[in-house]
Design a protein around this ligand. Structure first.
Ligand SMILES: CC(C)(COP(=O)(O)OP(=O)(O)OC[C@H]1O[C@@H](n2cnc3c(N)ncnc32)[C@H](O)[C@@H]1OP(=O)(O)O)[C@@H](O)C(=O)NCCC(=O)NCCS
Length: 117
């Protein structure tokens, strides 16, 4: 990911890597107090063992170290991902209807979550 190489995003991963997540601190002056968590992914063979929760916790801890005040992330509708983030204490702040364009012309909602640090 080019953003990691040039310092715009931070990569957190478990050895392997079995799981990965990116933290993208706000770049523009109005957004310096916040960050975005993107692409939390645990290898299918390693799911259900607490790695997703641990990696998300690590991203939150890293954001606090950076002095960020809040985090945002989005999750694809029509999957269990919104329930995953809600279950980990993130607040759903809105749904962007039909915002995701999938293959075959399919559209999915995008669920936005916020965590105040
Ligand atoms: C969602 C995901 C990150 C969860 O990771 P994981 O390591 O399996 O999750 P954990 O074992 O840490 O689970 C933590 C908690 O969330 C719950 N949970 C896990 N997956 C869940 C899901 N899909 N929906 C709802 N809850 C879920 C667990 O039951 C657990 O709750 P508990 O502690 O109360 O028992 C993982 O399934 C994944 O990577 N999915 C694919 C995500 C993807 O495609 N991302 C692409 C973004 S570009």
């Amino acid at each position: 990911m080019a953003e990691v190489l040039d310092g715009r995003a931070h990569l957190l991963a478990t050895p392997g890597p079995t799981s990965v997540v990116f933290l993208r601190p706000g770049a523009a002056p109005r957004f310096v107090h916040r960050g975005e968590v993107v692409r939390l992914m645990v290898h299918p063979a390693a799911q259900g063992r607490g790695l997703g929760r641990a990696l998300l916790d690590a991203a939150v801890a890293h954001a606090r170290l950076l002095g960020l005040e809040q985090l945002l992330l989005s999750a694809r509708g029509g999957t269990t991902l919104p329930a995953f983030y809600a279950g980990l204490g993130w607040t759903e702040v809105g749904v962007f209807p039909r915002a995701l364009h999938l293959g075959g012309g399919e559209r999915r909602d995008e669920h936005w979550f916020q965590l105040l640090l």
